[in-house]
Design a protein. Structure first.
Length: 320
């Protein structure tokens, strides 16, 4: 990344932070304290960065670009707050989750407020507001469908089912920032390659997270514990040594053998297979970069590189 690109990114994130502060809930509302607490640590703002770089590449106006970036990031944050309730997660970004710190009612209301604010920000685009809000709504619907499938899937998911769930959870809120910038810029082009590229990135990203959940086996797998879809677990259930015994255990309510099965899976060949799947999906995404509209090729190449960097850095030094 060039010094100019770094400067533009930092400026964009600073402007985004200022926008959040100006758009916070009314100070008289108890939502304000929860919102300020949440944004003390806004995370990497990856989806906002995707929107900002896409908007810059397409020469969007600064205001439209910033509003769209904030809309995408707020929708993502809303999904995280609600997910933490479903997953009973006590911490997020190095501090207590909203539902842990303020209670589930506050977390539900703050997440809902963020969804509404995201729609409002999308609608502020005077020319394309309707299309942008529709895109946000579709992305959130698909994300919700993916999340509920993740929560309610009790049998060990077969690979095609795992892919469907992983795409639903991850891809919609990665596609929206780029596609929305294209809509706002009036880009009249076929974006089907963009959809496929981001879906491959979403599979690679989720696959990498799933491997990290199993390895190292010194930490307890939350996916095995909660019987949640996991690429490595799906592969083991189909091909691993002792798969029949594992599948019988998986269908039970027994959590006393999580550590036993996690170690078995972590030391098996399916770890290599899962890494090969991640590499394949990233290679497919790479091949699609030149198929997206020219102004967005640098953005999508950066997305692939970012996911690839996560996969590479996490893989180094893995031990079961």
């Amino acid at each position: 990344m060039s010094p100019t690109q770094i400067k533009n990114r930092l400026n964009g994130l600073a402007q985004l932070d200022a926008l959040y502060k100006s758009e916070m809930p009314d100070a008289k509302s108890s939502l304000a304290a929860a919102a300020n607490y949440h944004f003390k640590n806004p995370g990497k703002s990856f989806r906002a960065q995707l929107a900002l770089t896409s908007g810059n590449a397409l020469t969007l106006s600064q205001q439209d670009n910033l509003h769209w970036a904030a809309a995408c990031e707020l929708l993502h944050n809303a999904s995280l707050i609600h997910d933490d309730i479903s997953d009973a997660s006590t911490h997020r970004r190095g501090q207590e989750s909203i539902h842990q710190h303020f209670g589930a009612d506050m977390a539900l209301c703050l997440g809902d407020w963020m969804v509404a604010k995201a729609f409002e920000l999308g609608a502020r685009n005077s020319q394309h507001g309707g299309s942008l809000v529709t895109l946000l709504a579709q992305a959130m619907q698909e994300t919700c469908s993916g999340q509920i499938s993740d929560i309610t899937q009790r049998d060990c998911a077969e690979l095609d089912e795992w892919e469907r769930i992983a795409k639903g959870k991850t891809a919609p809120l990665l596609i929206a920032p780029i596609k929305g910038a294209a809509i706002a810029a009036g880009l009249n082009a076929d974006l089907s390659s963009l959809d496929r590229l981001v879906e491959f990135c979403g599979l690679a990203y989720q696959g990498r997270n799933d491997i990290d959940d199993i390895i190292p086996s010194s930490h307890r797998s939350s996916d095995l514990d909660g019987r949640k879809p996991n690429l490595v677990v799906s592969l083991f259930s189909q091909e691993g040594t002792g798969a029949d015994d594992f599948n019988l255990w998986y269908k039970s309510d027994d959590i006393s053998k999580v550590s036993h099965w996690q170690k078995r899976i972590a030391s098996s060949d399916v770890i290599l297979q899962a890494n090969q799947f991640v590499d394949y999906w990233l290679a497919q995404a790479d091949l699609l970069v030149l198929s997206v509209p020219t102004p967005l090729q640098s953005v999508t190449a950066g997305l692939v590189a970012s996911v690839k960097g996560k996969a590479t850095s996490k893989r180094q030094g893995q031990i079961a």
